[in-house]
Design a protein around this ligand. Structure first.
Ligand SMILES: CC(C)(COP(=O)(O)OP(=O)(O)OC[C@H]1O[C@@H](n2cnc3c(N)ncnc32)[C@H](O)[C@@H]1OP(=O)(O)O)[C@@H](O)C(=O)NCCC(=O)NCCS
Length: 182
C-alpha cells in the first residue's frame, strides 16, 4: 500500500525513466533529462534533489550517453550524475550527500574561446565506472575517465581524477590512495 502522492510520483518516475523497474522510488524533487538513456536497477533509492542527465545534444554536438545504475544503489540528497558517454555505478554501491559523478566539462581547459562556458562545446576525458559495493563519501566528485574498483571507499570531499583498483580507500584533492582494504 502506497500513498496517492507516492503512487503518482512513481508513475511520473516510470514515465520519465522507462528503463527503470515499475515502482522505482521517486524522491520528492528530481531533475531528469535523457530518460531513455538511463538504466536503473532494482531497489534503487535516492533522496531529494536527484539530478540525472544523459545528454544527447549540446550546442550542435550529438552524443550517445548511457547511465547505468545497478541494483540496490542508495544515494543521499543531491546526487548529480551527468553523462555524454558511459557512466556506470555498480550493484550495492552507497553514495553520500551532495555527490557529483560527471564525465564532461565545458570547452577545452587549455583554450579560452572568449565565450561564456555554457556556449562552449562539451568535452569528456572518457567513461566513468564505479564498481560494486563501493561507498562514496559526502561531497565527493568523480570525473571523466575514472574507474573505481569494487569494494572501494571514496573519502568525503574528494575529487577523483584518476583510476584506482578494487579495495582502494582514497581521499583528497586530487584523490590519492589512503590504504588498501584487506
Ligand atoms: C575515507 C575514510 C573512510 C577513511 O577512513 P580511515 O581509513 O579511518 O582513515 P584515517 O582516519 O585513518 O585517515 C588515514 C589518512 O587519510 C586521511 N584522510 C582520511 N579521510 C580523508 C578524506 N576524506 N580526504 C582526504 N584525506 C583523508 C587522513 O588525514 C589520514 O592521513 P595521514 O595518514 O596523513 O594522517 C573517511 O575518512 C571518510 O572520508 N569517510 C567518509 C564519511 C562520509 O562521507 N560519510 C557519509 C555517510 S554516507
Amino acid at each position: 500500500m502506497v500513498s496517492l502522492r507516492r503512487y503518482l510520483q512513481r508513475k511520473r518516475m516510470h514515465r520519465l525513466l522507462p528503463n527503470a523497474p515499475v515502482g522505482t522510488a521517486a524522491p520528492n524533487f528530481f531533475l531528469l533529462s535523457g530518460g531513455n538513456y538511463i538504466w536503473i536497477g532494482k531497489n534503487f533509492w535516492a533522496w531529494d534533489g536527484l539530478r540525472l542527465e544523459a545528454i544527447t545534444e549540446y550546442k550542435g554536438s550529438r552524443f550517445t550517453p548511457r547511465i547505468e545504475i545497478g541494483d540496490r544503489v542508495r544515494a543521499g540528497p543531491h546526487l548529480h550524475v551527468g553523462a555524454i558517454g558511459l557512466v556506470q555505478i555498480g550493484h550495492g554501491t552507497n553514495i553520500g550527500s551532495f555527490v557529483t559523478i560527471i564525465d564532461h566539462s565545458h570547452g577545452d581547459p587549455e583554450v579560452a574561446t572568449g565565450k561564456p562556458p555554457a556556449d562552449d562545446p562539451l568535452t569528456s576525458k572518457g567513461n566513468i565506472s564505479i564498481g560494486q559495493r563501493c561507498w562514496i563519501g559526502d561531497k565527493a566528485t568523480v570525473l571523466g575517465g575514472v574507474t573505481i574498483g569494487d569494494d572501494s571507499i571514496v573519502g568525503a570531499n574528494s575529487v577523483v581524477t584518476k583510476s584506482f583498483p578494487p579495495h582502494s580507500v582514497i581521499g583528497g584533492i586530487p584523490a590519492q590512495l589512503i590504504r588498501t582494504r584487506a
